[in-house]
Write a protein that binds this ligand. Structure first.
Ligand SMILES: O=P(O)(O)OC[C@H]1O[C@H](OP(=O)(O)O)[C@H](O)[C@@H]1O
Length: 323
């Protein structure tokens, strides 16, 4: 490891996030924070950085950049890096190392607590006997359903498969394990089943300052259909999903993933000359979302900007940039 080459643990985490072996906005955030702690331990033991606080800091910034470049849409990733790097302090490598490890631990702990707290808020929106519809796999959304079950409510679920990567299967398994009866459907069957559903519950990868919800591709169509059928829809999102750069007018980059997730190369070859596109996320306009459920309570999407300003001020620092 040189002073700017990330520790092997960071490269491995970055690779796992890029290939989606580690996925889901909250899980990505906690893996990134843990990788920074591993970087700190490795840098404090490496010849090039062990006795040079500035070289140590540079190695931390470089590791954060490596993690930052893996996937562009879930803001929980840069928010995790921000949280840890902004708490890096000390004039010796040992103090710096300790501050990073402590910040990483505190971040992961806060993440778990936030998920538990928002689960309680989301559960209060669900009634005994409700059927919920889910899209993709969101640990924040699951926390709401699981908390409702723990409150003694009987909940059933209609789970959308979620093409192309079928994260709905993970949701189906988690809900079954929580004792929730599950009906798995293909995405295009969603509208047909909405009449049997009392609530749609989704997660978020990022929330924009105007209340727009950036989540797995298909969420916006589901939200429009839910509104048309009169079914309330909530997004469960801890505040690390709030995107500070949108306060200053920036838009959220939508990740375009490889076409092989959509069609296998042989089938594509057989069809002939076509384009294939694979956007991973879409934006649900605030008017189609009934509530954003966070660890600070629930908000109408249009008012989320107030909470964002409270938490982030007017913008976003980039502590991983070279000074
Ligand atoms: O943080 P939690 O609630 O677990 O997940 C939030 C969101 O992250 C996922 O993205 P991907 O599967 O990583 O592309 C889904 O879009 C999900 O709704």
């Amino acid at each position: 490891m040189t002073d700017t080459e990330p520790a092997p643990a960071v490269s491995e985490t970055a690779e796992s996030i890029a290939t989606m072996e580690i996925r889901g906005a909250a899980t990505i955030a906690s893996a990134a924070a843990e990788a920074l702690a591993e970087q700190a331990e490795a840098a404090a033991a490496a010849d090039a950085t062990a006795s040079d606080p500035e070289a140590f800091r540079a190695s931390m910034r470089a590791a954060a950049r490596t993690l930052r470049e893996t996937r562009p849409t879930a803001v929980s990733l840069p928010n995790a890096l921000r949280y840890v790097l902004q708490r890096m302090e000390g004039d010796s490598v040992d103090r710096l190392r300790r501050s990073v490890v402590d910040a990483s631990d505190a971040f992961v702990e806060q993440l778990d607590r936030a998920q538990e707290d928002l689960g309680q808020v989301g559960a209060n929106r669900l009634a005994d006997g409700d059927t919920v519809m889910t899209h993709c796999h969101s640990t924040d959304a699951l926390a709401c359903i699981e908390a409702a079950v723990e409150q003694g409510k009987s909940i059933s679920a209609v789970v959308k498969e979620t093409r192309p990567r079928q994260q709905g299967h993970i949701t189906a398994e988690a809900l079954r394990d929580a004792g929730v009866p599950v009906t798995l459907i293909v995405d295009s069957a969603a509208r047909r089943y909405l009449d049997e559903v009392d609530h749609v519950v989704v997660g978020a990868d990022s929330i924009a300052a105007d209340g727009g919800v950036i989540n797995k591709i298909g969420t916006s169509g589901l939200a429009v259909n839910a509104r048309e059928r009169g079914v309330p829809i909530m997004t469960a999102a801890q505040t690390i999903k709030l995107h500070p750069e949108t306060l200053t007018g920036h838009t959220v980059e939508i990740e375009m993933r490889d076409e092989t997730e959509v069609i296998d190369p042989d089938a594509r070859e057989e069809i002939g000359e076509i384009d294939v596109e694979n956007p991973a996320f879409d934006v649900t306009p605030p008017r189609y979302m009934d509530a954003i459920v966070t660890e600070h309570g629930q908000f109408p999407p249009e008012s989320i900007v107030t909470l964002m300003r409270e938490l982030f001020g007017e913008g976003a620092a980039e502590p991983w940039a070279e000074p």
